[in-house]
Design a protein around this ligand. Structure first.
Ligand code: PLP
Length: 484
């Protein structure tokens, strides 16, 4: 394993990526016309081109990536991103179109955005979309702002937002920053919202229920329509966290489940790169009643052309610059068009099949706290391995030695020692088997050789870190101390 120094450490005075021949025309200084520039930047690394290339290539090789292998991260839908999406998003006309370009010069871009909104509406059964939010979490807060604006107009914004105890952490945060008190609903034995309990909890002080479907256990909230009816009978709204749409594409639609607002995570369901590959996109879809409050601008289709409408008296205002992450939306559109309606449905069918393949193959070795049938993800726990002193962190770290990315851990909070696994549709049976075999071997090691798990990973640049210290006091520069 190459121990790659920092780029500052390989710097040598006077090195450059390239040297050009002497100019044969007069040189022009200060082309930036008065913009202050520095002759020299203190400590700036000076390296040759090959050193730059090797430095970053080596660093990239110490990283795990989706082009290298499987990410079992539950609730985050880390699927492979087809290269055709990237290719389309690098077409020059798209990458060089300026966000301040006059609207009549970017009609094609506006059509792309409008078409994507319409596809999202069709896929989710909602009536209008805004593609502006830059992440699921921002979509949530925009959704809560829409609800608040509508309730305020009715005369009372109300005080409380309800959500199940399996909710993703961004749900309570979003409700909170919109000024709501968060009240948790306890999941029943199935891991879902209990309709009878819920009917007692829902009052006229509740602005909204935030619900994820399928929920973060991967269990479908089959009573969603009854639940929505209860919410609506008390004048509240149903917000659906759509991060798990990968289980539902082309099969059923949140709009038909009487959901009033939803966000989608394009970087999850619609294959636009996730994490370090960002930026993200979290479009928000609404029913007619909430449409007047959507953020401005709204794209409209006029007589002969598309235009951005800012003249919307009830709008919650602007939520970001320009109109969302255009190239990310474009990748999602390319994904939708390249699959078509049948292909999208297949995505979800295979995602559910793959998840259940893993669940069936591992349910003897790993404990399932909730036994209800699951869709696109399943949540095991470390309960069986705990008897041998092995926890979910040890299992996750050991997977790295098998060339696999660890799964989501310790979430949802209602499963102690959780290992949340979502293979997505893009994994072949061969890759699923590699994962299953590794997990089985780890379960054997827990009984026979727990030490090998507790000191894992063994194959990496750095071994087991003290995670708190690593986060609070990171040592980025290689030194003897780390080696020991
Ligand atoms: C990922 C996720 C979110 C947040 O979405 P971001 O795009 O990461 O902001 C919200 N809820 C659930 C269930 C998620 O999985």
């Amino acid at each position: 394993m190459i121990r790659e120094p920092l780029i500052f450490e390989i710097s040598d005075e006077g090195k450059r990526a390239f040297f050009l021949p002497e100019l044969d025309v007069p040189s022009k200084k200060n082309i930036l016309n008065g913009v202050p520039t520095r002759e020299k930047i203190e400590g700036f690394p000076q390296v040759s081109e090959v050193e730059i290339v090797r430095h970053f290539t080596r660093l990239s090789q110490t990283n795990y990536c989706i082009d290298l292998g499987f990410y079992p991260l539950g609730s985050c839908t880390m699927k492979y991103n087809p290269k055709i999406n990237e290719k389309i998003a690098t077409i020059e006309g798209f990458i060089f179109s300026h966000p301040f370009a006059p609207q009549d010069s970017v009609q094609g871009n506006l059509e792309i955005l409008k078409t994507t909104e319409e596809f999202m509406a069709e896929i989710t059964g909602m009536e209008a979309f805004s593609l502006q939010p830059s992440a699921g979490a921002q979509g949530e807060s925009v959704g809560m702002m829409l609800i608040r604006a509508c309730l305020e107009e009715r005369g009372d914004p109300r005080k409380t937002v309800l959500m199940p105890d399996s909710a993703h952490g961004t749900n309570p945060s979003s409700a909170h920053i919109c000024g709501y008190r968060v009240q948790e609903i306890k999941s029943n034995e199935q891991g879902t919202v209990d309709v009878n309990d819920f009917a007692r909890t829902m009052t006229e002080d509740v602005a909204a229920l935030m619900i994820t479907n399928p929920n973060t256990l991967g269990v479908f909230e089959a009573d969603i329509k009854k639940i929505a009816e209860i919410v609506h009978s008390k004048g509240g709204f149903v917000y659906m966290d759509g991060a798990n749409m990968n289980a539902l594409l082309g099969i059923c639609r949140p709009g038909d489940m009487d959901v009033d607002v939803i966000h989608l995570n394009l970087h999850k369901t619609f294959s636009t790169p996730h994490g370090g590959g960002g930026p993200g996109s979290g479009p928000v879809g609404v029913k007619r009643e909430l449409e007047p409050y959507l953020p401005v601008p709204v794209i409209e289709r006029g007589e002969n052309q598309y235009y951005l409408n800012f003249d919307r008296p009830k709008t919650i205002g602007r939520v970001r610059s320009h109109y969302g992450n255009f190239l990310v939306v474009l990748k999602a559109l390319a994904y939708i068009l390249s699959l078509g309606p049948k292909g999208l449905r297949k995505v979800s069918e295979i995602a559910v099949l793959n998840s259940n393949y893993i669940r069936k193959n591992l349910e003897k070795e790993y404990h399932l706290e909730y036994k209800a049938p699951t869709l696109h993800e399943c949540v095991f726990s470390d309960k069986f391995q705990k008897k041998h002193g092995v926890g979910n962190i040890d299992i996750a770290k050991r997977l790295i030695d098998f060339g696999l990315h660890p799964p989501t851990m310790s979430f949802p909070l209602i499963v102690h020692g959780a290992l949340m696994i979502e293979p997505t549709e893009t994994e072949s049976k061969r890759d699923l088997d590699l994962f299953v075999d590794a997990m089985k071997q780890i379960s054997r090691e827990a009984k026979e050789n727990p030490e090998v798990l507790k000191s894992a990973p063994h194959s990496t640049y750095l071994r087991r870190l003290d995670e708190t210290t690593a986060a609070r006091n990171p040592i980025l520069k290689w030194n003897k101390e780390i080696e020991e």
